[in-house]
Write a protein of this length. Sequence first.
Length: 70
Amino acid sequence: MAAFEEYVKEQQAIDELLFKGYAISGIHEDLDGATVKFEMGEPAKGVVNLQLLTADARKYVTTLLFSMKG
């Protein structure tokens, strides 16, 4: 159950940033997980880097990214 709870925390962090008006501007994958860069405004008024450790959260953010582009 701990893995699911970690995923829920990461999903809520992603949703909160998107709700505040941030947009996904980059994803960097490495062996430690993924770092997702969120930016607000043009030029970047605010930048937040969010470290995602769970595979489900990385899949979630990728799905959001593709659904926003389409």
